[in-house]
Unconditional design. Structure first.
Length: 283
């Protein structure tokens, strides 16, 4: 449009044009940038997944080898254990009453070890399955007494003092698997015996706190560092102090954790002043 002010030397020209094409260009640019962002995110995720999988592959292979080792070791232990059990059973005939008592202890602990081997196989073959338990009424004070009687001779031979601290009043029974709970106590006692030096002491303590039952095993052993405490219930985890100890593969406490979890309880570890550890199971 041409506009004149009346003065020949002054002339204004106005040009009008539609901006709709710029609006469409703006929308197209936004869509383009959104597609670029989404594509880059997906590409980054794909690369991250690929490299993470490559990094985790050696760890997974190492864990698989450990599981295979546990399964193989468990199978290899079955034959000598069966020989021990059968020999102990044969020796009971004609033995004195004291000898029969010791042989029965051998038989009971051998059977418990056999069950432990079964659980090792279970942990190695079905990592993601829940442990199967047979629920019944369990007298924890009686269970603690059995554990004390089974481990007291072994503690005495190692120069250790094993004591039992039970409440004076009757304790209500709990619903659980007696065999699994006995295995749990055996694991904790065996662990305490392994890491408590000669002259030390171990205490089995049972008490109630409201409706909860607290079963603890206290020792005056080498203790567990703060750095190791969060990991001691992990499968195959071994503290630096335990690496020189023969016969420990880092499964005992993980099995104990599985048993407690299957019962809906919890297991904790804390320092025992001035030295040693306290494992407490709450049911």
């Amino acid at each position: 449009m041409v506009y004149s002010t009346g003065n020949d030397s002054s002339l204004q020209i106005f040009v009008f044009s539609s901006l709709s094409h710029l609006h469409y260009q703006y929308i197209e640019q936004r869509i383009f940038f959104v597609l670029i962002t989404v594509s880059a995110t997906l590409l980054l995720f794909a690369f991250s997944y690929f490299f993470t999988k490559r990094l985790l592959k050696p760890i997974a292979e190492n864990q698989e080898k450990q599981l295979q080792f546990v399964a193989s070791a468990s199978h290899e232990l079955r034959t000598p254990l069966a020989v021990i059990l059968s020999s102990a059973e044969c020796c009971e005939y004609g033995a004195s009453s004291d000898q029969q008592s010791f042989l029965r202890t051998i038989g009971e602990e051998g059977k418990r070890m056999s069950h432990l081997i079964d659980e090792m196989l279970y942990l190695s073959q079905s990592r993601d399955q829940q442990m199967r338990i047979h629920l019944e009424q369990v007298e924890l004070d009686t269970l603690c007494l059995k554990g004390f009687e089974s481990f007291e001779p072994l503690a005495a031979r190692q120069g250790l003092t094993l004591s039992l601290d039970l409440p004076e009043h009757p304790i209500p029974s709990v619903t659980g698997d007696e065999e699994k709970l006995m295995q749990l106590l055996s694991i904790l006692l065996s662990n305490a015996l392994s890491y408590t030096p000669k002259g030390g002491s171990i205490t089995i303590r049972l008490k109630t706190q409201g409706r909860a039952h607290l079963l603890s095993v206290e020792d005056t052993g080498i203790g567990i560092t703060k750095e190791d405490q969060p990991h001691i219930f992990d499968r195959f985890y071994r503290t630096e102090k335990s690496r020189s100890t023969k016969g420990h593969f880092g499964l005992g406490l993980s099995i104990a954790y599985e048993i407690v979890t299957a019962h809906g309880g919890k297991i904790e570890v804390e320092d025992n002043t001035p030295n040693g550890s306290i494992f407490t199971v709450t049911l």
